[in-house]
Design a protein around this ligand. Sequence first.
Ligand code: SF4
Ligand code: SF4
Length: 324
Amino acid sequence: MAGAPLDILYRGPLASCNYACPYCPFAKRRDSRETLRRDAEQLARFVDWAGGQTQRSLGILFTPWGEALIRPAYRSAMAALSRMPHVRRVAAQTNLSWPTGWLDGCDPERVAFWCTFHPGETPLDRFLGRCAELDARGISYSVGIVGKREHFDALAALRQRLRPEIYLWVNAYRDEGATYYGPDELALLRAVDPLFDLNRTGIRSRGRACATGESVVSVDGDGEVRRCHVVPARIGNLYDPDFDAALKPRPCPLAQCRCHIGYAHMPHLGFRELFGPGLLERALPHPAATLNAGGATGPAGRARRSSSATQSATPSAAMRSTPS
Ligand code: SF4
Ligand code: SF4
């Protein structure tokens, strides 16, 4: 392949969801018929564009504001993308609330999911049933939860009932400030997720290398490209024939990076090597081994040493770490 590999974080205008999680700033939002029509049209254009990129390897992660996979357009898009030989991965953040029959039309080797369990919205058994359907198809996925105190029982049950090979991540709950967790709670969360501290504290990122803007980009429904979801500066448009000229190394301009979608692409953390092909869906291949190695020398230890010790109480909407 002639072109350099590119990973795309796609987020169209769709912002509605069938759940109403109290910790989600977009809960209960409704999309108008016009918004859904425009979103589907823009998605179709993106899939067409991807189909023409046969000279490079593409990774795609759908990171919608709401739940995209309750919409047939996104299911068709993922199925079509997964069957394109040059698309090495097509993943989506999702609440896994949908029937799974459409997955039969996907290439199971290349479709993948970043799944979040929301205890107030769906029974654990139903969620685990969907995970079992992914397992039966050999599809890669991760499972996560928002680390609210009220979710700790669900977290324990998930860890007990998910296959040990499935990475169970915890997104730090930030709405109640930096002192929300006590020492015992931190120990509990670290025991489940070897990378929890990194998510809780974020990474001091200003001036550091980050692959976004070079081999990873954030794309909206109009094709407007930004380096990542939280740096607002536009760097070009995906549908511009000369777009590749905009891709170049850029140090991070922000003080802190606080979401896996972003810091996963900071080379000094080594996430590309650690996660391997599961990077986009956040699927750590050997979570137990990572946990055991998380002391002085392992990747989790490296990540911990790289994180700053600061934490702000209220993430911006764009930086929310509780997608779907
Ligand atoms: S905010 Fe994060 S993802 Fe964005 S440029 Fe900085 S380090 Fe990279
Ligand atoms: S957190 Fe996810 S599942 Fe919950 S309301 Fe928001 S978008 Fe929907």
